[in-house]
Design a protein around this ligand. Structure first.
Ligand SMILES: NC(=O)c1ccc[n+]([C@@H]2O[C@H](COP(=O)([O-])OP(=O)(O)OC[C@H]3O[C@@H](n4cnc5c(N)ncnc54)[C@H](OP(=O)(O)O)[C@@H]3O)[C@@H](O)[C@H]2O)c1
Length: 248
């Protein structure tokens, strides 16, 4: 009798595993896939977060102070499913992470985010510093993106959105003309996934190749701030890669 009971219990347990576990595993992984962790709640985070919400993603902001008033206001503005929590918690809940923090904070943020294996990190960081003559220059010999990939070797780093201002991130039509999202990654599937996201947001995209080319994308921002810095009487600009097929 004892054996019968334990056999029956065993069957019940096995049936639960077979019938319920796959669904709940699938649920967890699909939740993570439909969730984006936006790390940093400054100009970039607060521009891109609501755009992801418009695409149907659940947006979780990762913040040093998730209970701050401006972060609460951002969460409310993003939508009913949005949340804010610590950077570590936000990163744990998403398969897609937007890293929108200052370059100088990037290493501690990435290394403090726990297991990033297999996750897509959209890196928007421009690692710039002011040179002795007042002009901006790259603060690294390679790129922020390559450093991030080295700090999280199994993550799928995609450089994207780094060549545009946050105003255009919030509204692709703000200039009245197209602005490109240029993408670089060593993971082609991840690049294509981010490419689709950018296109659904309303940007023309260009694939500029391996992550190593992120250093050239990051360098483009040195030029972008010249009009403002030098008071040269020029308008500012945004970058658009015009396809050759468009040439007349
Ligand atoms: N602004 C642009 O137009 C633009 C365009 C392209 C690329 N980028 C790049 O995107 C990144 C974010 O730029 P942003 O303009 O959004 O910067 P920001 O307005 O200064 O915001 C950065 C956010 O990062 C978080 N953070 C985490 N650790 C930090 C630390 N140690 N010190 C300061 N902030 C910290 C903060 O959010 P919490 O306080 O909630 O933690 C902060 O609000 C930069 O690397 C920048 O180069 C900016």
């Amino acid at each position: 009798m004892k054996i019968e009971v334990s056999r029956r219990s065993l069957l019940v347990v096995l049936a639960s595993i077979l019938f319920f576990a796959p669904t709940s595993f699938a649920q967890v992984s699909s939740d993570a896939a439909q969730t984006v962790a936006v790390i940093g709640t400054g100009s970039v985070g607060s521009a891109l977060g609501p755009r992801f919400a418009q695409l149907g993603y659940k947006v979780i902001y990762g913040s040093r102070q998730p209970h701050r008033a401006d972060v609460k206001e951002l969460v409310a503005r993003t939508g009913p499913r949005a949340q804010a929590m610590s950077t570590l918690e936000a990163g744990n809940k998403a398969d897609l992470i937007v890293l929108a923090v200052p370059w100088l904070a990037a290493e501690s943020v990435v290394k403090g985010m726990g297991d990033l294996d297999g996750k897509i990190i959209i890196d928007v960081i421009n690692p710039l510093r002011r040179a002795d003559d007042g002009l901006l220059e790259m603060a690294v010999d390679t790129s922020a993106a390559e450093h991030i990939q080295a700090w999280a070797p199994e993550a799928r780093v995609v450089k994207a959105f780094s060549t545009m201002g946050s105003k255009i991130m919030a509204d692709p039509s703000a200039l009245g003309g197209p602005v490109s999202v240029a993408l670089a990654s060593d993971d082609d599937d991840a690049l294509q996934e981010v490419r689709q996201i950018a296109e659904r947001m309303g940007y023309p995209t260009v694939d500029v190749g391996p992550l190593r080319h992120a250093r050239h994308l990051e360098g483009m921002i040195v030029l972008m701030v010249v009009p403002a810095m030098e008071e040269r009487g020029q308008d500012g600009w945004e970058y658009y890669f015009r396809p050759r097929s468009d040439a007349k």
